[in-house]
Every structure is written in structure tokens, then in C-alpha cells.
Design a protein around this ligand. Sequence first.
Ligand SMILES: [Zn+2]
Length: 80
Amino acid sequence: MQKLKKQIRLLMEENDKLREELARAYGQASENIPAREGLKNLWDLYQQGFHICNVHFGRIRTTECLFCEAFWDREREGGR
Ligand SMILES: [Zn+2]
């Protein structure tokens, strides 16, 4: 039981870190600087099953998300 609690805490800490990273990447991506690194990180996270949209940002994505797809389309077009 304690082990499980510890694991959950670790997961939550990890989640916080990811959220911070996402927030940073997202912030960069919305500025004019071509944030290739940020976009790549976002893409990686998206592939790993996280939301990159600002609606469910950083949460675990269980299904296809229209917001994520819309966000990604926009970033890809505007990112050049
Ligand atoms: Zn989403």
C-alpha cells in the first residue's frame, strides 16, 4: 500500500514536470520564434498519448482529440 502511494506520488511529480515542460514548449510555440524544439517535444508527447491542446493540456489522451488535431494543424501551418 505504501509502495503504491509512493508510486502515485512519483507519477504525479512526473506529471507536474511534464506539464511544466509542456507549458514552456507551448509558450514558445505561440511566440514568433520558430520553436522547433518545442514543437518536437509536443509531438513526442502527443505520440506518447498526452493532450497538447489547451483544452486538456498535459492530460492523458485516451481517444482521438479534435482539439489536439486542430492545434497541431495550426502549429504545423503557422510554424514556418
Ligand atoms: Zn486534446
